[in-house]
Unconditional design. Structure first.
Length: 63
């Protein structure tokens, strides 16, 4: 999933569903440049968007 704001790409969005589920939003090709965690949904825009997309695709349960 890609998160776009206008014409500027902000981040690629990922969801991890094996074991403990989480959402991940890297911000560059640098491996250490990312944010993750369901606890940040609602506080970090890219993770909130990743969470919304994952629910819409049936990868995570709603609520």
């Amino acid at each position: 999933m890609s998160f776009d704001r206008g014409s500027t790409k902000i981040a690629d969005l990922y969801v991890h569903t094996h074991g403990e589920s989480t959402v991940i939003a890297p911000f560059s090709d640098e491996g250490s440049n990312y944010t993750s965690g369901l606890c940040f949904v609602g506080r970090v825009e890219a993770l909130t968007e990743a969470h919304r997309h994952a629910i819409a695709k049936g990868l995570l349960p709603a609520g």
